[in-house]
Design a protein around this ligand. Structure first.
Ligand code: CO8
Length: 260
C-alpha cells in the first residue's frame, strides 16, 4: 500500500511538514493512525526537528475524522486495536515536545478537529464551505472524555458543552469567534502562514517553551493516562452495542447515498 503520509523535513529550519494523504477524505483508519504515530515518534526522536506542521494533501478536506469502517461490524479485538491507536495518536500529538501547528486547509469534523486541537496553534482556510467541530451526537455516538477535557482547556466549558451536546460543526468565522481556531487566512496562504508562524514560535528558546507547554498540558495528560484502560473498556462496550452499530450503519448509508 502507498504511504498515507508525506513528510517533508527541512534540515536548515528544523521544521517538518506532514501532508496527510489517505484518499478520499483522510479518514483516520487503523493503518493511517499506525503510520502517523510512527512518523511523529521518528520526528520526536530527531533532535534537529523542532517544529511540525500538519496539513492535508486532499482537496477540501483536512480530515474526516475517525474511519467509521474501523468502528463498524468488527470483532472486539479489532475495536480494541483501533481505539488503542486513536488514544496513542492523541497522546503523541498532545504531548509532543515539538511546536505543532495545524494548517487546516479543508473540513475537519470530529477526529479531524481533535487532531487540530492537539496542536499548539491552528490556522484555517477562510472558506465558508469548510467546517470544524464535533458532530458525533448527531449520529448517536459520544466523544471520549479526553476529547472533552482537551477541548475545554481551549474553548472553555460552555462552548465545549454546546458543541458536544448539539454535535455542532462551525464555519471558519464562527470557529474563530469561539477560539476553536486561532487564525483564518485565504485558502492559498494556509501553509505559508503556518510556516511564518512557526518561525515566530521557534524564536522562543526551546527549553523554556517545552517546560511551559508541559506545565500547561501535563495535568490533562496525567488525568487521561490514569483512566486509559477504563476509557478503552467504555469504548468497546459502547461501540459494540447493537443500538450503536445500528446508528453507525444508518450514518454510513447516509454518507454514501449523498453522492448518488
Ligand atoms: N469514515 C469512513 N468513510 C468516510 C468518512 C469517515 N469518517 N467520511 C467520509 N467517508 C467516505 C464517504 O462515505 C464517501 O464514500 P463513497 O466514496 O463510498 O461514497 C467518501 O468517503 C467521500 O465522502 P464525501 O462524498 O462525503 O466527501 P465530501 O468531500 O463531499 O465531504 C466530508 C467530506 C465533509 C469530510 C464528509 O465526508 C463528512 O462529513 N464525513 C463524515 C465526517 C464524520 O462524521 N466523521 C465522524 C467520524 S467519528 C469520529 O471521528 C470520532 C468518534 C468518537 C469516538 C466514539 C466513541 C464511541
Amino acid at each position: 500500500t502507498s504511504p498515507k503520509l508525506k513528510v517533508d523535513f527541512n534540515q536548515s529550519t528544523g521544521v517538518a511538514v506532514m501532508h496527510m494523504q489517505n484518499p478520499p477524505v483522510n479518514s483516520l483508519s487503523l493503518g493511517f493512525l499506525t503510520e502517523f504515530c510512527i512518523a511523529v515518534e521518528k520526528l520526536e526522536m530527531d533532535k534537529s526537528c523542532r517544529g511540525l506542521i500538519l496539513t492535508s494533501s486532499q482537496p477540501k478536506v483536512f480530515s474526516a475524522g475517525l474511519d467509521i469502517m474501523d468502528m463498524y461490524g468488527k470483532k472486539l479485538e479489532q475495536y480494541e486495536e483501533f481505539w488503542r491507536a486513536v488514544q496513542e495518536m492523541w497522546l503523541k500529538l498532545y504531548s509532543s515536545n515539538m511546536v505543532t501547528i495545524a494548517a487546516i486547509n479543508g473540513s475537519s469534523p470530529a477526529g479531524g478537529c481533535l487532531m487540530s486541537l492537539s496542536c499548539d496553534y491552528r490556522i484555517m482556510a477562510d472558506n465558508p464551505r469548510y467546517s470544524i467541530g464535533f458532530n458525533e451526537t448527531q449520529f448517536g455516538i459520544v466523544v471520549p472524555v479526553w476529547c472533552k477535557e482537551a477541548m475545554t482547556t481551549i474553548v472553555g466549558h460552555r462552548n465545549t458543552e454546546l458543541t458536544l451536546e448539539l454535535g455542532l460543526l462551525y464555519n471558519p468565522s464562527d470557529a474563530l469567534k469561539i477560539g476553536l481556531v486561532d487564525q483564518l487566512v485565504p485558502e492559498d496562504q494556509v501553509l505559508a502562514t503556518a510556516t511564518k508562524t512557526m518561525t515566530k514560535w521557534l524564536a522562543i528558546p526551546d527549553h523554556a517553551r517545552r517546560i511551559t507547554k508541559s506545565m500547561m498540558r501535563k495535568p490533562t495528560i496525567d488525568k487521561i493516562m490514569s483512566i486509559r484502560e477504563a476509557d478503552m473498556q467504555q469504548y468497546i462496550s459502547f461501540i459494540s452495542k447493537d443500538s450503536t452499530q445500528k446508528m453507525l450503519g444508518t450514518y454510513l448509508e447516509m454518507l454514501k447515498k449523498k453522492r448518488g
